[in-house]
Design a protein around this ligand. Structure first.
Ligand code: 5AD
Length: 346
């Protein structure tokens, strides 16, 4: 099994059979080896630095009805909110003081945020904080819209593909959403010039190892600057309420494989990982992650942006606890840096 890890590290890819063997025959020794090698690769490129991103959850209104997601349109129990441009600016001001140099504006697909409103917000952020990067995570939009937001100053865009297998995509999403549209958006974003992030959930209902292999191969082909993966976590008011959560070790293993496959990738240790296990975020770093994304949303709305149950919203998760996060990272030999943390050139 170690030969496969070595080959992935050297050649940055494996064939379908290779990935399938690694996933289906994964044992503790292979897991440990993959994580160690991933950490070495990470260190060669990023040293001990961990980048932080201030996450601003701007709206939990969403026109989509994804079966896994707690803010899906048909969840009548969700208490909906949207932040005004002024509130978003205030979050960035708080974040800047705390040392953040990237702001991630994330939200459901909410028609209230027109191109006009968003371009104005992006321009305001860039005017006040010219040394900061703006990342958007606002779902599917048209090429023209993505272009306008980019021209306004947005630097990066996160849009997880969720699963690269057509048949599995259908199990997770209603008919009006399609994997093809998703892929078109990702291609558009790349063409426009964004630093682009894709990704998927681990252990989403109906997922097999074969699906995960396709996710890895898709990522390999897309070659994104960022990859966001985390365990699926059930939400009580969704059709998947009774589905089991994704597995911690499998998530960590996949993080390690992604680091070996895309050595320079910006790889966050996600909130979902931190929700699944109290040390999840730390373990993510020890699997090759190099980014954490603390929450900068106003405390009053944090408990409303619930994509899944039990989402961490206090303690280490809250941006105010950045000192605690710093200490946690120092304990395992890393340091949080105050920098934009762009994808390395060359
Ligand atoms: N569990 C884990 N991750 C989820 N997401 C949405 N719902 C869930 C869930 N129940 C992820 C999706 C989305 C990202 C913002 O959050 O992958 O792209």
């Amino acid at each position: 099994m170690k030969e496969y890890i070595d080959r992935l590290r050297e050649e940055h890819t494996l064939d379908r059979e290779g990935f399938l063997t690694l996933l289906s025959r994964r044992d503790p020794a292979t897991q440990e080896y993959a994580m160690e090698e991933a950490v070495k690769v990470r260190r060669q490129i990023y040293g001990k630095d961990i980048y932080i991103r201030g996450l601003v959850e701007i709206t939990n209104y969403c026109k989509n009805n994804c079966y896994y997601c707690g803010i899906r349109r048909e969840n009548r129990k969700a208490s909906r909110y949207r932040l005004t441009p002024d509130q978003i600016l205030d979050c960035c001001r708080d974040g800047y003081q705390l040392g953040f140099r990237t702001f991630v504006l994330q939200g459901g697909e909410d028609g209230w945020y027109t191109d006009e409103i968003l371009t104005a917000v992006i321009k305001d952020i860039k005017r006040e904080f010219p040394d900061c990067a703006v990342t958007l995570s606002l779902g599917e939009r048209t090429f023209e819209s993505y272009q306008k937001l980019y021209d306004a100053g947005a630097d990066r865009y996160l849009l997880r593909h969720e699963t690269a297998t057509e048949e599995h995509y259908r199990k997770l999403h209603p008919q009006d959403l399609s994997l093809e549209d998703r892929k078109t958006c990702l291609r558009d974003l790349k063409e426009i010039g964004y630093q682009v992030g894709a990704g998927f959930m681990v252990g989403s209902p109906g997922q097999t190892y074969a699906h995960l292999v396709e996710d890895l191969l898709f990522l390999r082909g897309l070659s994104p600057h960022m990859v966001g993966i985390g365990p699926f976590l059930s939400h009580q008011d969704t059709p998947f309420a009774n589905e089991p959560n994704g597995d911690l070790d499998l998530t960590l293993f996949l993080l390690a494989l992604i680091r070996l496959m895309l050595p320079k990738v910006l790889l966050p240790s996600t909130t979902a990982l931190g929700t699944l296990h109290p040390d999840g975020r730390k373990l993510g770093i020890l699997a090759g992650c190099n980014v954490v994304m603390p929450n900068l949303s106003p405390s009053g709305v944090r408990e409303k942006y619930l994509l899944y149950d039990n989402k961490i919203a206090t303690g280490l998760e809250a941006a105010e606890s950045i000192d605690l996060l710093k200490r946690q990272m120092e304990e395992i030999g890393y340091r949080i840096v105050c920098a934009r943390g762009d994808y390395p050139v060359s």
